[in-house]
Every structure is written in C-alpha cells, then in structure tokens.
Design a protein around this ligand. Structure first.
Ligand code: SAM
Length: 257
C-alpha cells in the first residue's frame, strides 16, 4: 500500500470512468444549460436530491465559485450558465476535458485547474465566495487538509457545500455486497484495499479501479468545525443501491466561514 501513489492511481481510474461514460462523468445537455441561463438550475452534491436552492445566494451573477473535485462537465458549467464566475478543479484530466467540452460547446467562461484537492496553493486566501465539493473525499486518504484549504480560500461569510458517503457503508464486506449479502467485516476508518488479498490488490491496481477511503463521521463533520466552519444545513440522500432500502447512504452539509 505504501508504495502505491493513490492520488495518481485514482486520477487514472477516473480517466477510465470517463472512457466508460460512467454516470458522474457525462456532461450536461444543452437544454440544462439553457434552463440554467434562464435561472432554473438544479445540481447535485450527492446522488439524487438536488441541493436546496437556498443553499446558494439569491443572486449568482459574479459569485466566485470553486467547484472542488467536481469535474465531469456537470456542476461547474451549470453554475457558470447561471451567471457565477466558476473555477473547476479536479485531479483527472479526462474529467476536466468534459468541462472544457461543455464550456466550448456553450461558449461559457470556465477556469479549469488540475490538482490534488488537499493542496489548493494555486489559489489565494479568501479568493472565493463559495466552494462546492461533491462526493470526492472518498478518493483521498486524508480529509482534514481539504477542509483546511477550503476554509482558507473562502472569504469570511462564504459557504462550503459538501457531499460525502456515510462511512457506515464501508463496514460491509465488498465481495459479499456484490452478491447482495450484507456481512459486517470491516473496521472504520477503512480503505478499500484493506479487505483484499495481495492478488486482489494487484488486480485493482492493474484494472485501474478506484481506491476508496471511508473516513469517519468525526473526520467528515468534526473536521469541518475543526477547520473553523459553522455547519448550517444538512440532508441525507440515497441512490439505487440495495442498501438504500435500509438507510440513506450519502449526506450533504452547508457550512459557513
Ligand atoms: C464523484 S466525482 C464528483 C464529480 C462529479 N461531477 C459528481 O458530481 O459526482 C469525484 C471526482 O473527484 C475527483 N478526484 C478524485 N481524487 C481527487 C483529488 N485527489 N483531487 C482532486 N480531485 C479528485 C475525480 O477525478 C472525480 O472527478
């Protein structure tokens, strides 16, 4: 594990997701952009439930937004079409290419920056009014640098909108889950390589499957307050996974600097 460059590996794994047209890599349509230009926009921090409109300021024109680890030609172009001044930051070249495609197709100004979400040194202190971070910290081993950096690049009073997977899903054995059986076998915090044999780890690395981290609720929620944020909004969400017949799987927070 210590010899794996997780950040580069996951960047390539996301490039592969783009090649396979996975749901979270498919750019928005022209109609969605037109609706956003007309003031009707709807975007996701989690899987299905749209972010409440009141989590954004009433007026988006000129609002400086950082879409953090949010490539794929989805949220960033929608927010730009709604009038915001948007920078999209992601680690996967292919995900950022999706944003470039939409920005060119729709003639939308979009700043595109590649990097690791734990290091936002490309941006000055207080550079943004809002940081929007969908379910992405799953792909980094440490979450606190992400919150500390988001706090630093936000102006005072700015908001941090954040989506995450509820860590409890990682207590279940992955291969059993694939057979629709829920067997409790993993301790949290958990890395998806932990339950695999050396041969299975080699397969994951060779096939460019993502390496995932559960984190803990303490790190995902307490980590935001430790960075200095005040949490002012919360909701949970589901997807089509069998486990969502038993519990929500994702949550989103709104936090203010
Ligand atoms: C679930 S997708 C989120 C974007 C997508 N548009 C969505 O709404 O779900 C996770 C994103 O995190 C990015 N990512 C993973 N690790 C990252 C890292 N260390 N730094 C920046 N982005 C990263 C991936 O490339 C991917 O685009």
């Amino acid at each position: 594990m210590s010899t794996v460059d997780v950040i580069s590996h996951n960047a390539e794994a996301w490039d592969l997701h783009v090649k396979n047209a996975w749901q979270w890599t498919v750019p928005v349509s022209h109609e969605e952009i037109e609706a956003a230009r007309a003031g009707l926009f709807s975007i996701l921090l989690t899987a299905k439930k749209p972010v409440p409109r009141e989590w954004f300021p009433e007026e988006l024109a000129g609002l400086k937004i950082l879409c953090l680890a949010s490539g794929g030609g989805q949220q960033a172009p929608i927010l730009a079409a709604a009038g915001a001044d948007v920078t999209v930051f992601d680690n996967s070249l292919a995900q950022l290419t999706q944003d470039r495609l939409v920005s060119q197709r729709e003639n939308l100004p979009l700043k595109i920056v590649r990097g690791d979400m734990r290091d936002l040194s490309a941006f000055a202190d207080s550079a943004f009014d809002l940081v929007f971070c969908p379910v992405s910290v799953t792909y980094v081993p440490e979450v606190q640098p992400v919150f500390d950096e988001a706090y630093r690049v936000l102006r005072k009073g700015g908001s941090f909108l954040f989506g995450a997977t509820n860590p409890f899903v990682y207590i279940f054995n992955g291969p059993d889950w694939d057979q629709n059986r829920f067997t409790v076998s993993n301790h949290l915090p958990f890395c998806s390589l932990d339950e695999l044999s050396p041969e299975e780890v080699s397969r994951v690395l060779q096939n460019k499957e993502t390496i995932q981290y559960s984190h803990t609720l303490e790190s995902l929620i307490g980590g935001q307050t430790a960075a200095g944020f005040a949490i002012t909004g919360f909701y949970e969400d589901v997807d089509d996974d069998l486990i969502c017949q038993y519990s929500a799987k994702y949550f989103a927070t709104r936090a203010v600097k």
